[in-house]
Structures are given as structure tokens and as C-alpha cells.
Unconditional design. Structure first.
Length: 224
């Protein structure tokens, strides 16, 4: 299957899942996750009408997207991987949406950079719904307070929450938890669902789905 064919199928599946969930057409936005894949694959996806991309690493995204962004100014780039505060400068300069705000240190670093640069990416808070020790994200019980602190202490606008359910867990309860926390925190966007579970996520209220391998194929981390 080509990238264009895969995108066509996924768009149709998203549309079907929106209908099934009784949600309006276009309420879910597809982020094409291009991590480990080359610029040529990104350009193939753009040729098929995809202008929203997700990357995990600041450096990889900067190298891959600098000329693509110059060619396609309306392209939207999302940071979906963990962020270190010493990368806040580059992240604010490069990304349009950052999904991985998860502690005060990052919130403060982003707030400072946004003031300095006069560039204001949308910010989502990552929630560690499975409370996995090795995974980024704030604990569910701390989420509502953290969003409040982002707003009141750091002066940030928080537009959404993001989660990555534990591998091997049924994802639906994690998506339901994220939806509930988003409601309580008063944020609009739910960034949830990947290649294997984005239909489920749409049923639970996802507004952004992050799909990589179903578009670009199997990822070879060894070669990346
Ligand atoms: C890699 C990644 C994705 C995409 O995963 P696929 O299973 O390839 O669709 C989505 N979200 C995050 C945070 C990722 O790191």
C-alpha cells in the first residue's frame, strides 16, 4: 500500500468512527506521525493532502522539517515525545503544538521561551494514565491541579490532554479517564489513539489521533 492509499483508508476509517460515535464530521484531526521516516515520506504524505505531522524528538524534527516547512508554510508540526527543559527554546521555535507538558519545570521553561520568542504553540498536558514509572506524564490525580497551575502560576493556555495507554492494556478505560480529566480540567482537546486503537479513541472522545505505522509502515529503530 502506498502512503497515499493508507491515508485514504485511515481518513475513511476516521469518518466512519465519527459517525458511529454520533460525532460531527471533521471533529477528529489526524496527526501523521513521521518519526524515523525520511523527508521523502513526509513529502509523499503532503502530496496526498496531509499537512499535520507529529514527531517525537526535537532534533530529528528540526532536520527533517526545515526545508519542508519553508515549502509548505501552512504545515502544522506537533511534538508528541517527552520534552527536556533545555530543549524548550528549540521546541517553541519549531512546533505548533506541544503534547508533552508534564511538570512545572517544563511549563516555566516554555512560558519563558514563548515570551522571549513571541511565538505561542498550543500546549497539551501529558497524563500518565497507567501510572507507569518509566513513562512521561503527570499522574491522573494531579492532572486537574497541574492544569490550574499552568494557567495561574505559569500564565499558560492549556488546550488539551494527551495520553499513551500502557502496552498490553485494553486502551478504552485509559481513553475514558483522559476524557473525564479533560472535562474536569476544562480543556477542549483529547490527543489519544494510535495506529492500533484510534477507532476506539474516537469512540471515547479523541479530537486528535496520532497515527504512524498505519500510514508509513513498519518502523526500523535500528536504522534511525
Ligand atoms: C510513535 C507514536 C505514535 C504513533 O504510533 P503508531 O503505533 O505507529 O501509530 C503516537 N503517539 C506517540 C506519542 C508516539 O510516540
Amino acid at each position: 500500500m502506498t502512503i497515499s492509499e493508507a491515508l485514504g483508508r485511515i481518513r475513511a476509517t476516521i469518518q466512519g468512527a465519527e459517525e458511529e460515535a454520533g460525532r460531527s464530521a471533521g471533529s477528529v484531526t489526524l496527526i501523521a506521525v513521521s518519526k524515523t521516516f525520511p523527508e521523502a515520506d513526509v513529502r509523499a504524505a503532503i502530496a496526498a493532502g496531509q499537512l499535520i505531522f507529529g514527531e517525537n524528538r526535537v532534533q530529528e524534527a528540526a532536520a527533517k522539517f526545515s526545508s519542508v516547512k519553508a515549502d509548505f508554510p501552512s504545515l502544522e508540526l506537533h511534538l508528541i515525545g517527552p520534552l527536556q527543559s533545555n530543549k524548550a527554546h528549540e521546541a517553541v521555535a519549531l512546533f505548533d503544538v506541544i503534547h508533552s507538558v508534564d511538570r512545572d519545570k517544563i511549563a516555566a521553561a516554555l512560558a519563558k521561551e514563548m515570551q522571549v520568542q513571541g511565538r505561542f504553540p498550543k500546549l497539551f498536558v501529558q497524563v500518565n494514565t497507567g501510572e507507569e514509572p518509566q513513562k512521561a506524564g503527570i499522574a491522573p490525580r494531579e492532572t486537574v491541579d497541574f492544569v490550574k497551575r499552568c494557567r495561574e502560576v505559569h500564565g499558560l493556555t492549556i488546550d488539551g490532554l494527551m495520553c499513551i495507554p500502557p502496552a498490553g492494556d485494553p486502551p478504552a478505560p485509559h481513553f475514558a479517564l483522559l476524557d473525564e480529566l479533560a472535562r474536569r480540567a476544562g480543556v477542549v482537546h483529547r490527543s489519544m489513539g494510535m495506529s492500533s486503537d484510534y477507532e476506539t479513541a474516537i469512540g471515547q472522545g479523541a479530537t486528535y489521533v496520532r497515527v504512524g505505522s498505519a500510514i508509513f509502515g513498519h518502523r526500523d529503530y535500528g536504522a534511525a
